[in-house]
Design a protein around this ligand. Structure first.
Ligand SMILES: *[C@@H]1O[C@H](CO)[C@@H](O)[C@H](O)[C@H]1NC(C)=O
Ligand SMILES: *[C@@H]1O[C@H](CO)[C@@H](O)[C@H](O)[C@H]1NC(C)=O
Ligand SMILES: *[C@@H]1O[C@H](CO)[C@@H](O)[C@H](O)[C@H]1NC(C)=O
Ligand SMILES: *[C@@H]1O[C@H](CO)[C@@H](O)[C@H](O)[C@H]1NC(C)=O
Ligand SMILES: *[C@@H]1O[C@H](CO)[C@@H](O)[C@H](O)[C@H]1NC(C)=O
Ligand SMILES: *[C@@H]1O[C@H](CO)[C@@H](O)[C@H](O)[C@H]1NC(C)=O
Length: 194
């Protein structure tokens, strides 16, 4: 059965709690084991959005390969314990499990212990993530709220609001600023981010 049909069937039957988006878990994308983990106690007051500043991907195989590449980079070059993000999203419309909901990430220094970090795979300075990826991003945040991993009144930030970086890219950041949960970060505004 085609995957989309299968998911729709599960949704109709009420079995598939995550509605119509798919989470590719660590085992499925071939994750390496983390060196160590720190527990992140829910719910998180912040959701921090990133881009990988790397390739976009549009198929399951491409995206799994990208996620592995990002994990290798974070572990072997950055020397982090695991892939930095809590989740990633591909323009294939799938979400990819990074550290997950209850393990502290390494994605926004000073904010890792109070946030879920989600990265859309691609470089979004001049182009926006496609609408499929944006919908999945919204769905995974909504799922996190529904399941109690994210505060009901969470605040949405772009990575650049938490430290010196252009991430998640200007075009994507413009879109985020339209989000109903987006707020200006008083400590890291445009005057002191760069
Ligand atoms: C997102 O990208 C994928 C791959 O190109 C494509 O199949 C899909 O139609 C795109 N969706 C939108 C709405 O652009
Ligand atoms: C992770 O574990 C490997 C293998 O034991 C080790 O070589 C590496 O230094 C560790 N990395 C960190 C960041 O602790
Ligand atoms: C997060 O870490 C900071 C700095 O170590 C600390 O002040 C803060 O209390 C921590 N927050 C949580 C929710 O653990
Ligand atoms: C949500 O925000 C309101 C108003 O700022 C605050 O009173 C409330 O405690 C917040 N709830 C949570 C769960 O953080
Ligand atoms: C933000 O929302 C306004 C009003 O709906 C819309 O005109 C504008 O195009 C949006 N900007 C982006 C970057 O999505
Ligand atoms: C930006 O941040 C600086 C330093 O934290 C602060 O002095 C300034 O008032 C802020 N500007 C705005 C527009 O919020």
């Amino acid at each position: 059965m085609a995957e989309a049909t299968f998911l729709m069937l599960l949704t109709i039957l009420g079995i598939y709690a995550q509605d119509d988006f798919e989470v590719v878990n660590r085992e499925e994308w071939g994750a390496r084991s983390p060196n160590e983990t720190t527990t992140l106690t829910p719910p998180q007051p912040l959701v921090i959005i990133h881009h990988t500043n790397w390739n976009s991907c549009w198929t399951l195989e491409q995206c799994k390969s990208e996620v592995r590449k990002v994990q290798d980079f974070h572990m072997d070059v950055r020397n982090w314990w695991d892939i930095g993000y809590n989740f990633l999203v591909g323009e294939d419309g799938r979400a990819y499990e990074g550290r997950g909901w209850t393990t502290e990430g390494a994605h926004a220094e000073g904010y890792n212990n109070c946030s879920i970090g989600i990265s859309v795979m691609g470089t979004f300075e001049d182009a926006a993530p496609n609408i499929t990826a944006l919908h999945t991003l919204q769905k995974i945040i909504t799922f996190g709220v529904t399941e109690g991993f994210i505060d009901l009144n969470y605040t949405l930030y772009g990575h650049r609001q938490t430290g010196p970086t252009d991430c998640p890219g200007q075009t994507f950041y413009n879109i985020l600023q339209n989000g109903s949960h987006w707020k200006e970060n008083p400590n890291h505004n445009a005057t002191n981010v760069y």
